[in-house]
Design a binder for this molecule. Structure first.
Ligand SMILES: [Zn+2]
Length: 303
């Protein structure tokens, strides 16, 4: 090539590079603006009803997480070392053909019910998630450890389970969360990374603070899980085991990925009674079972 041709090639390359850089800058600016709006619109995290849009929302949420708490976010990590987890979100788009059921148990440990439920899960060789409350007796400490040793996920529910107290302010909630989280660490050596709000992420008690509260918890790297199917085992004083089975099995029929709310707290003995039948019937429907961890797509109630 002549010098003139070389000059032309170089000029074209330089101009093309400049144009590409310019386009990238514009795209990046628009995206940042969108993200900023997404999270600063009152910190509202709106999860759509239908699955595909929900995955789209999750993608936005992941981008927000990455911005708000980039890996090694010094300010949050240094300010709140005990109440911060490194985010490891993967947010996998689940394959709709694979049916997965995440059984979750709230309000334990209870000497009788949690032990029974752990035995049943062991018999069926499946794993589940326990959102626990604060207890400090020997039997409860053994159960926290059994949950961990037997391969289940131990997660934060609340220390006191006193709605008026924990939802009186964001700092009151954090104080309660810190108490149960550090108790779990002390007893089991495991730092819980996921949690469930008592009463769900939006309820009559936290309606005034829930936006601020959920945003604060997410900034600290904690993912929370509401549920897609309720066993209804806490709906009234006595719920028969057959009612619980029906609630869960019919609830899971429409879902390929079900997060099932059940209770192992004191008095919920029919839940343990219902469990073997629930597992058998869901297995027949083609479900496999797994414990939640923060790589599972979160389930937030839309609001
Ligand atoms: Zn509860």
């Amino acid at each position: 090539m002549s010098i003139k041709q070389w000059k032309q090639v170089i000029t074209i390359t330089v101009v093309a590079t400049i144009i590409i850089l310019f386009i990238l800058t514009i795209v990046f600016a628009i995206r940042s603006y969108h993200l900023k709006n997404f999270m600063e619109s009152d910190n509202v995290i709106i999860m759509s009803e239908d699955r595909d849009s929900r995955h789209q929302d999750l993608k936005e949420l992941v981008r927000y997480f990455e911005k708000a708490t980039p890996k090694g976010n010094l300010s949050y990590k240094q300010q709140y070392p005990a109440l911060y987890v490194e985010n490891t979100y993967r947010f996998i788009k689940s394959n709709d053909k694979e049916k997965v059921c995440y059984l979750t148990f709230d309000d334990g440990p209870d000497a009788e019910n949690t032990a029974k439920i752990l035995d049943i899960l062991q018999q069926f060789d499946i794993h589940a998630t326990f959102f626990v409350v604060y207890k400090d007796d020997e039997a409860s400490n053994l159960l926290y450890n059994r949950i961990v040793k037997e391969g289940h996920t131990i997660a934060v529910h609340t220390a006191s389970h006193d709605y008026d107290e924990i939802y009186s302010s964001v700092s009151a909630y954090l104080k309660d969360f810190s108490k149960i989280s550090s108790h779990i660490i002390e007893v089991t050596g495991i730092k819980p990374e996921i949690f469930r709000f008592p009463g769900g992420s939006v309820n009559a008690y936290n309606i005034k603070i829930h936006k601020e509260l959920t945003a604060e918890m997410l900034r600290r790297g904690y993912v929370y899980y509401d549920w897609t199917v309720s066993g209804g085992d806490a709906a009234k004083a006595y719920v028969s085991s057959s009612e619980i089975v029906e609630n869960v099995v019919s609830g899971c029929e429409e879902e390929s990925e079900s997060i099932v709310l059940l209770h192992d707290g004191a008095g919920h003995y029919t839940t343990a009674e219902a469990l073997p039948e629930i597992i058998r019937r869901l297995k027949n429907q083609g479900f496999s079972f797994a414990a939640l961890d923060n790589s599972v797509n979160p389930c937030f109630f839309g609001y």
